[in-house]
Design a protein around this ligand. Structure first.
Ligand code: SF4
Length: 314
């Protein structure tokens, strides 16, 4: 197609693209591409930030929405005050139809939004906050994105509708266990505050320069030294080799879920930017929830799009 219509040789990147943040514009710049196409995810990284113009090609997965509408009518009485819908980007085009069909049946239908994500969209690290909501229906298979919503709004009631199996079920997440695990790792880090290593993710745009700058400033204020590397991968072996006798704590600026989902299996504390701000007293740890606002326009100062306030830099 490219050769025929554009008389150009296309380059296809075989580098892994895990999420919306893995935009490989740096690679395309290096291979001399004039433009690039990113297939299958949302346009999370602003086009103007990319080194090569990016065109996002969205992927929509169609499923039988009328079946879901009927299931919801059967399982939730009219008296249920509201239904909230969340999903991954591939399913969000169904929300309008579902809303139109259910608006006269239930009192309130909500499609919450955490900008710059689309209405109803959730990422593994960023979700709309639905504190104390009674009914949140997540559309999609798997638990990765769903857990992000449940960590952000742990006192809400969640349902998952799997469009492939057509099943609707109640789903839970033990926030108590999650918080205990992360607090234990933070405690270990407080005791061992000696040698730190920053790992900036080199996979697409995972390793954000703005976050790096802010954490570096915390270290300057606290007069701590650190060692810094770039890496496309954060694995047990890599941390073991790097950490052997030299590093006590790793701080990753890549994907927060690497720490939250795999934290237990690493032999060293692997902290996120949020946890660093807790560790050094710049943020108070909430006893009931963890922030899932990594790419939010209204996140904490440890997040990607938030510029530090002047007074933060003394
Ligand atoms: S940081 Fe992780 S969870 Fe967030 S978009 Fe990237 S891959 Fe997904």
């Amino acid at each position: 197609f490219f050769k025929r219509f554009f008389f150009r040789e296309p380059v296809i990147s075989n580098r892994i693209s895990f999420g919306a943040c893995c935009i490989d514009d740096i690679f395309f710049k290096l291979v001399g591409a004039d433009t690039s196409f990113h297939y299958g995810h949302s346009c999370l990284v602003p086009i103007i930030k990319c080194l090569v113009p990016i065109s996002y090609i969205f992927l929509e997965i169609y499923f039988d929405q009328s079946f879901l509408v009927e299931i919801l009518k059967k399982n939730f009485g009219k008296a249920e005050s509201s239904l909230n819908f969340l999903s991954t980007i591939q399913f969000i085009s169904c929300f309008k139809k579902i809303e139109n069909e259910l608006i006269f049946y239930f009192k309130k239908i909500k499609i919450p939004q955490n900008k710059p994500l689309s209405p109803g969209e959730t990422l593994g690290c960023t979700s709309p906050s639905l504190w104390n909501s009674k009914n949140i229906v997540y559309i999609g298979d798997g638990r990765f994105h769903l857990e992000s919503c449940m960590i952000e709004s742990p006192n809400s009631r969640f349902f998952q509708y799997n469009p492939f199996s057509h099943l609707l079920f109640v789903t839970e997440f033990s926030i108590k266990e999650f918080l205990e695990e992360r607090k234990f790792i933070l405690l270990k880090s407080i005791i061992n505050q000696k040698n730190f290593c920053f790992i900036t993710g080199a996979l697409g745009r995972q390793g954000d320069a703005n976050i790096f700058k802010k954490i570096k400033e915390i270290f300057k204020i606290k007069k701590f030294k650190f060692f810094s590397i770039f890496s496309t991968e954060i694995s047990i072996d890599k941390l073991d080799i790097l950490g052997f006798k030299k590093i006590d704590i790793f701080i990753q600026i890549a994907c927060p879920r690497l720490s939250y989902d795999w934290g237990k299996i690493f032999n060293f504390p692997l902290l996120t930017s949020f946890e660093v701000s807790v560790l050094f007293g710049f943020t108070v740890l909430n006893n009931t929830r963890y922030s899932m606002d990594y790419f939010s326009n209204s996140g904490g100062f440890w997040t990607t799009y938030i510029k530090p306030k002047k007074k933060f830099f003394f």
